[in-house]
Design a protein around this ligand. Structure first.
Ligand code: HEC
Length: 208
Protein backbone atom coordinates (compact mmCIF):
# COMPACT_ATOMS: atom_id res chain seq x y z
CA UNK A 1 0.00 0.00 0.00
CA UNK A 2 2.80 2.33 0.97
CA UNK A 3 4.79 1.53 -2.19
CA UNK A 4 1.73 2.07 -4.34
CA UNK A 5 1.02 5.54 -2.95
CA UNK A 6 4.69 6.45 -3.29
CA UNK A 7 4.63 5.38 -6.93
CA UNK A 8 1.55 7.47 -7.51
CA UNK A 9 3.31 10.41 -5.95
CA UNK A 10 6.29 10.04 -8.27
CA UNK A 11 4.13 9.65 -11.38
CA UNK A 12 2.27 12.80 -10.36
CA UNK A 13 5.49 14.63 -9.68
CA UNK A 14 7.06 13.71 -13.03
CA UNK A 15 3.82 14.63 -14.81
CA UNK A 16 3.71 18.07 -13.22
CA UNK A 17 7.39 18.61 -14.01
CA UNK A 18 6.83 17.73 -17.67
CA UNK A 19 3.81 19.98 -17.99
CA UNK A 20 5.39 22.99 -16.33
CA UNK A 21 8.45 22.71 -18.60
CA UNK A 22 6.13 23.21 -21.59
CA UNK A 23 4.76 26.50 -20.28
CA UNK A 24 5.97 29.69 -21.94
CA UNK A 25 5.56 33.20 -20.60
CA UNK A 26 6.19 36.69 -21.92
CA UNK A 27 9.68 36.80 -20.46
CA UNK A 28 10.47 33.10 -20.58
CA UNK A 29 10.30 31.03 -23.75
CA UNK A 30 10.05 27.78 -21.75
CA UNK A 31 12.39 24.82 -21.90
CA UNK A 32 13.97 23.86 -25.19
CA UNK A 33 14.55 20.32 -26.34
CA UNK A 34 17.86 20.10 -28.23
CA UNK A 35 18.53 23.87 -27.89
CA UNK A 36 21.21 24.07 -30.55
CA UNK A 37 18.53 23.35 -33.15
CA UNK A 38 16.83 26.64 -32.27
CA UNK A 39 19.73 29.08 -32.32
CA UNK A 40 20.95 30.09 -35.76
CA UNK A 41 24.68 30.23 -36.38
CA UNK A 42 24.41 33.45 -38.50
CA UNK A 43 23.53 36.74 -36.80
CA UNK A 44 19.78 37.03 -36.33
CA UNK A 45 18.49 40.47 -37.35
CA UNK A 46 15.96 40.96 -34.54
CA UNK A 47 17.98 39.36 -31.78
CA UNK A 48 20.82 40.87 -29.85
CA UNK A 49 22.54 38.88 -27.18
CA UNK A 50 25.87 40.52 -26.42
CA UNK A 51 27.09 38.09 -23.80
CA UNK A 52 29.69 35.95 -25.60
CA UNK A 53 29.34 33.23 -22.98
CA UNK A 54 25.54 33.00 -23.16
CA UNK A 55 24.65 29.37 -23.75
CA UNK A 56 28.22 28.09 -23.93
CA UNK A 57 27.12 25.11 -21.83
CA UNK A 58 25.17 23.89 -24.87
CA UNK A 59 27.44 25.06 -27.70
CA UNK A 60 28.82 22.45 -30.06
CA UNK A 61 31.00 24.87 -32.05
CA UNK A 62 34.56 25.59 -31.05
CA UNK A 63 34.42 29.28 -32.08
CA UNK A 64 34.71 30.38 -28.46
CA UNK A 65 31.16 31.81 -28.49
CA UNK A 66 28.17 30.54 -26.57
CA UNK A 67 25.24 29.06 -28.49
CA UNK A 68 22.95 32.02 -27.74
CA UNK A 69 25.43 34.79 -28.58
CA UNK A 70 24.05 36.84 -31.47
CA UNK A 71 25.35 40.32 -32.09
CA UNK A 72 27.69 41.89 -34.60
CA UNK A 73 30.85 43.33 -33.05
CA UNK A 74 31.60 45.38 -36.20
CA UNK A 75 28.37 47.43 -36.20
CA UNK A 76 27.81 50.34 -33.80
CA UNK A 77 26.49 49.16 -30.45
CA UNK A 78 26.92 45.56 -31.72
CA UNK A 79 23.61 45.78 -33.59
CA UNK A 80 22.84 43.05 -36.12
CA UNK A 81 20.96 45.42 -38.45
CA UNK A 82 22.30 48.87 -39.32
CA UNK A 83 20.01 51.86 -38.95
CA UNK A 84 19.21 53.64 -42.24
CA UNK A 85 21.28 56.74 -42.94
CA UNK A 86 19.36 59.75 -41.51
CA UNK A 87 17.26 61.77 -44.00
CA UNK A 88 17.48 59.17 -46.73
CA UNK A 89 14.76 57.18 -48.50
CA UNK A 90 15.37 53.58 -49.46
CA UNK A 91 15.25 52.85 -53.20
CA UNK A 92 14.84 49.46 -54.83
CA UNK A 93 17.92 47.96 -56.47
CA UNK A 94 16.66 49.40 -59.78
CA UNK A 95 16.51 52.88 -58.25
CA UNK A 96 12.74 53.21 -57.74
CA UNK A 97 11.48 55.29 -54.84
CA UNK A 98 8.58 53.86 -52.79
CA UNK A 99 5.15 54.65 -54.29
CA UNK A 100 3.45 56.93 -51.78
CA UNK A 101 0.47 58.33 -53.72
CA UNK A 102 -2.55 57.50 -51.52
CA UNK A 103 -5.39 55.36 -52.83
CA UNK A 104 -7.89 58.23 -53.06
CA UNK A 105 -5.55 60.37 -55.21
CA UNK A 106 -6.26 58.38 -58.36
CA UNK A 107 -7.09 61.49 -60.41
CA UNK A 108 -3.67 62.98 -59.63
CA UNK A 109 -1.93 59.70 -60.49
CA UNK A 110 -3.91 59.40 -63.73
CA UNK A 111 -2.86 62.89 -64.85
CA UNK A 112 0.76 62.93 -63.75
CA UNK A 113 2.41 59.51 -63.62
CA UNK A 114 4.52 58.50 -66.58
CA UNK A 115 5.75 55.00 -67.37
CA UNK A 116 9.56 54.94 -67.00
CA UNK A 117 9.78 51.86 -69.25
CA UNK A 118 9.80 52.05 -73.03
CA UNK A 119 7.15 50.32 -75.08
CA UNK A 120 9.48 47.69 -76.54
CA UNK A 121 8.48 44.15 -77.50
CA UNK A 122 10.71 42.80 -74.70
CA UNK A 123 8.96 44.93 -72.03
CA UNK A 124 5.48 44.13 -73.37
CA UNK A 125 6.40 40.42 -73.44
CA UNK A 126 7.50 40.49 -69.81
CA UNK A 127 4.31 42.39 -68.97
CA UNK A 128 2.29 39.68 -70.67
CA UNK A 129 3.91 36.94 -68.56
CA UNK A 130 3.07 38.83 -65.36
CA UNK A 131 -0.40 39.71 -66.61
CA UNK A 132 -1.15 36.05 -67.35
CA UNK A 133 -0.25 35.08 -63.79
CA UNK A 134 -1.72 37.96 -61.82
CA UNK A 135 -4.57 39.44 -63.87
CA UNK A 136 -5.58 36.84 -66.46
CA UNK A 137 -7.59 34.65 -64.09
CA UNK A 138 -10.10 37.52 -63.72
CA UNK A 139 -9.52 39.74 -66.74
CA UNK A 140 -9.02 36.92 -69.27
CA UNK A 141 -6.21 36.32 -71.76
CA UNK A 142 -7.40 39.15 -74.03
CA UNK A 143 -8.58 41.47 -71.28
CA UNK A 144 -12.27 41.01 -72.04
CA UNK A 145 -13.14 40.27 -68.40
CA UNK A 146 -13.81 36.62 -69.20
CA UNK A 147 -11.12 34.81 -67.20
CA UNK A 148 -12.18 31.64 -65.38
CA UNK A 149 -12.37 33.48 -62.05
CA UNK A 150 -13.81 36.60 -63.71
CA UNK A 151 -16.81 34.63 -64.97
CA UNK A 152 -17.69 33.65 -61.40
CA UNK A 153 -16.51 36.82 -59.67
CA UNK A 154 -18.38 39.03 -62.14
CA UNK A 155 -18.23 42.76 -62.69
CA UNK A 156 -14.79 42.50 -64.36
CA UNK A 157 -14.76 45.08 -67.16
CA UNK A 158 -13.32 44.62 -70.64
CA UNK A 159 -10.23 46.80 -71.15
CA UNK A 160 -11.34 47.66 -74.67
CA UNK A 161 -14.73 49.02 -73.60
CA UNK A 162 -15.33 52.57 -72.44
CA UNK A 163 -14.41 54.08 -70.02
CA UNK A 164 -11.59 51.60 -69.29
CA UNK A 165 -10.27 51.91 -72.87
CA UNK A 166 -9.42 55.58 -72.23
CA UNK A 167 -7.68 55.19 -68.87
CA UNK A 168 -4.16 56.60 -68.80
CA UNK A 169 -1.05 54.64 -67.83
CA UNK A 170 -0.96 56.42 -64.46
CA UNK A 171 -4.56 55.39 -63.77
CA UNK A 172 -3.83 51.73 -64.57
CA UNK A 173 -0.65 51.76 -62.45
CA UNK A 174 -2.57 53.23 -59.53
CA UNK A 175 -5.37 50.64 -59.85
CA UNK A 176 -2.85 47.76 -59.88
CA UNK A 177 -1.10 49.19 -56.81
CA UNK A 178 -4.11 49.97 -54.62
CA UNK A 179 -7.00 48.07 -56.23
CA UNK A 180 -10.34 49.73 -56.90
CA UNK A 181 -13.82 48.93 -55.60
CA UNK A 182 -14.24 45.14 -56.08
CA UNK A 183 -10.68 44.62 -57.31
CA UNK A 184 -7.99 43.95 -54.70
CA UNK A 185 -4.60 45.67 -54.45
CA UNK A 186 -1.61 44.05 -56.17
CA UNK A 187 1.10 46.42 -54.91
CA UNK A 188 2.53 43.84 -52.51
CA UNK A 189 2.68 41.08 -55.13
CA UNK A 190 4.34 43.04 -57.94
CA UNK A 191 7.32 45.39 -57.69
CA UNK A 192 7.03 48.92 -59.12
CA UNK A 193 8.95 47.90 -62.23
CA UNK A 194 6.77 44.82 -62.73
CA UNK A 195 3.61 46.93 -62.43
CA UNK A 196 4.84 49.30 -65.13
CA UNK A 197 5.53 46.28 -67.37
CA UNK A 198 1.97 45.04 -66.82
CA UNK A 199 0.70 48.53 -67.69
CA UNK A 200 2.45 48.32 -71.07
CA UNK A 201 0.68 45.05 -71.80
CA UNK A 202 -2.73 46.29 -70.59
CA UNK A 203 -2.37 49.30 -72.91
CA UNK A 204 -1.99 46.87 -75.76
CA UNK A 205 -5.20 45.10 -74.71
CA UNK A 206 -7.05 48.45 -74.48
CA UNK A 207 -6.70 48.71 -78.23
CA UNK A 208 -7.82 45.18 -79.09
C1 HEC B 1 -9.89 38.84 -58.39
C2 HEC B 1 -10.13 39.32 -59.74
C3 HEC B 1 -9.22 40.38 -60.30
C4 HEC B 1 -7.85 40.33 -60.48
C5 HEC B 1 -6.88 39.22 -60.09
C6 HEC B 1 -7.48 41.59 -61.12
N1 HEC B 1 -8.59 42.36 -61.31
FE1 HEC B 1 -8.66 44.17 -62.24
N2 HEC B 1 -10.62 44.30 -61.86
C7 HEC B 1 -11.39 43.33 -61.24
C8 HEC B 1 -12.74 43.84 -61.05
C9 HEC B 1 -13.89 43.09 -60.39
C10 HEC B 1 -12.75 45.15 -61.56
C11 HEC B 1 -13.91 46.13 -61.56
C12 HEC B 1 -13.82 46.89 -60.23
C13 HEC B 1 -15.08 47.68 -59.94
O1 HEC B 1 -15.35 48.61 -60.70
O2 HEC B 1 -15.73 47.34 -58.95
C14 HEC B 1 -11.42 45.41 -62.09
C15 HEC B 1 -11.03 46.59 -62.70
C16 HEC B 1 -9.81 46.80 -63.29
C17 HEC B 1 -9.45 48.00 -64.05
C18 HEC B 1 -10.36 49.19 -64.34
C19 HEC B 1 -10.23 50.15 -63.19
C20 HEC B 1 -11.24 51.28 -63.19
O3 HEC B 1 -10.83 52.41 -62.84
O4 HEC B 1 -12.44 51.05 -63.47
C21 HEC B 1 -8.14 47.84 -64.46
C22 HEC B 1 -7.31 48.79 -65.29
C23 HEC B 1 -7.70 46.55 -63.94
N3 HEC B 1 -8.72 45.97 -63.24
C24 HEC B 1 -6.44 46.03 -64.12
C25 HEC B 1 -5.98 44.87 -63.51
C26 HEC B 1 -4.62 44.38 -63.62
C27 HEC B 1 -3.55 45.01 -64.47
C28 HEC B 1 -4.54 43.24 -62.84
C29 HEC B 1 -3.33 42.37 -62.59
C30 HEC B 1 -2.22 43.01 -61.94
C31 HEC B 1 -5.87 43.00 -62.28
N4 HEC B 1 -6.69 44.01 -62.70
C32 HEC B 1 -6.18 41.91 -61.47
C33 HEC B 1 -10.97 42.08 -60.84
C34 HEC B 1 -9.67 41.65 -60.83
Amino acid sequence: MFIYSKLRFYIGFVGVALLTSCGAGVDDPGKEYAPNMYHAVPYEPLKQIKDVDAGNWVSSLDDGQGEYFSSNPINPDSMNMREPVPNTVRRSEKGYLPYRIPKDSIAWAAANLKNPLDSTQAIIGEGQVLYTKFCGPCHGANGKGDGKVGKVYQGVPSYSSRPVKDYSEGHIFHVITHGIRRMGAHGSQLSIEERWKVVRYVQQLQNQ
